[in-house]
Design a protein around this ligand. Structure first.
Ligand SMILES: NC(=O)C1=CN([C@@H]2O[C@H](COP(=O)(O)OP(=O)(O)OC[C@H]3O[C@@H](n4cnc5c(N)ncnc54)[C@H](OP(=O)(O)O)[C@@H]3O)[C@@H](O)[C@H]2O)C=CC1
Ligand SMILES: Nc1nc(=O)c2c([nH]1)NC[C@@H]1CN(c3ccc(C(=O)N[C@@H](CCC(=O)O)C(=O)O)cc3)C=[N+]21
Length: 296
């Protein structure tokens, strides 16, 4: 038996359509155009591609896009000054600082300078604390996208065993919080976990967010489990540059009940959720009702 493929690309297109409807309504009824500012420091080519596609999709849903590309040697003060300006700018409802930052910049300091209400990545300590205590917050885009797909596929997640492999602040930890919020029994695994294969085999929901190409083979997957592959790894295959996930897709698809592909799974949902969070932030900033179905 072969797993159902969870089509993140198609799902993301539906989320973007919902975002676009809401943007059109905000413009028509309130003269409000949600705006997203993306800050990129340095020349990393992969980051540039990602920032470009975010900018393009932001415009496609009718929002305003503000891109700030700063040189590699930008000082902390220059970056913090830019964030202060964006915090004050009424046309900017969402601010994203692309990570990782160059080593001379303190990313915690930078992220925590963003107005939490404009922190559409959900990385500010206030948003992390709100999420952890089950209060209304900005929810990190990648975990939010994963949760939306899981809810659509399963409906109620309560009581399911979820294993999240990876404990980063941007994916693993917030993913675990969201699954806990939906009443899963959650385990967070990482590089010190004893017997990772067995741990993975206990999962009804297995989320891989490690950053190691194809490290999770099919025989670590419980038959019928739902596998969410967050990994984005660039590898050489037959002389060509391609993307693979953290899960070995060809073996896992034989065992899983459902699986997200790479590319075309979590990645497109991440960007769609970034746009959704920007609309949510614009509504909250203007004390307007929040759109349905765009938040956790
Ligand atoms: N699709 C999307 O939209 C996005 C995709 N990504 C991708 O997701 C992946 C993870 O990203 P991110 O969370 O930022 O990565 P990090 O490098 O910050 O974290 C990786 C985690 O994996 C754990 N880990 C590393 N090696 C092993 C191992 N051998 N066994 C078990 N656990 C291990 C680490 O454990 P420890 O803490 O013990 O070191 C760490 O917690 C990357 O491929 C990234 O490109 C990221 C963001 C968005
Ligand atoms: N502040 C911040 N927030 C982030 O959310 C953030 C970040 N920094 N730094 C980098 C990671 C990575 N990330 C991705 C988003 C979309 C795709 C994506 O759309 N991927 C496509 C393929 C794209 C391609 O072909 O290269 C897919 O999986 O189908 C990938 C990776 C967000 N991140």
């Amino acid at each position: 038996m072969s797993a159902a493929i969870i089509d993140g690309k198609e799902f993301a297109a539906r989320v973007r359509a919902r975002v676009a409807e809401n943007v059109a309504r905000l413009k028509a009824d309130h003269g409000l155009t949600p705006g997203l500012a993306v800050v990129l420091v340095g020349e990393d080519p992969a980051s540039q591609v990602y920032v470009r596609s975010k900018g393009k999709q932001t415009l496609e849903v009718g929002m305003a896009s503000f891109e700030h590309k700063l040189p590699d040697d930008t000082s902390e003060k220059e970056l913090l000054d830019l964030i202060d300006r964006l915090n004050r700018d009424p046309e900017v409802h969402g601010i994203l600082v692309q990570l990782p930052l160059p080593a001379h910049l303190d990313s915690d300091l930078v992220i925590n300078r963003i107005d939490p209400a404009k922190d559409v990545d959900g990385f500010h300590i206030s948003n992390v604390g709100l999420l952890g205590t089950g209060q209304k917050s900005m929810v990190p885009c990648t975990p939010l996208g994963c949760l939306m797909m899981l809810r659509e596929y399963h409906g109620d997640l309560s009581g399911m065993n979820a294993v999240v492999v990876g404990r980063s602040n941007i994916v693993g930890k917030p993913m675990a919080q969201l699954l806990l919020g939906d009443s899963c029994t959650v385990t967070i695994a990482h590089s010190r976990t004893r017997d990772l294969p067995d741990m993975c085999r206990s999962a009804d929901i297995l989320v891989a967010a490690v950053g190691r190409a194809e490290m999770i083979p099919g025989d670590w997957v419980k038959p019928g489990a739902t596998v969410i592959d967050v990994g984005i790894n660039r590898v050489e295959r037959e002389g060509r540059n391609t993307l693979v996930g953290d899960v070995h897709f060809d073996s896992a698809v034989q065992v899983a009940g459902a699986i997200t592909p790479v590319p075309g799974g979590v990645g497109p949902m991440t960007i769609a959720c970034l746009l959704a969070n920007t609309v949510t932030a614009a509504c909250r900033a203007n004390k307007l009702a929040e759109p349905e179905g765009l938040t956790a």
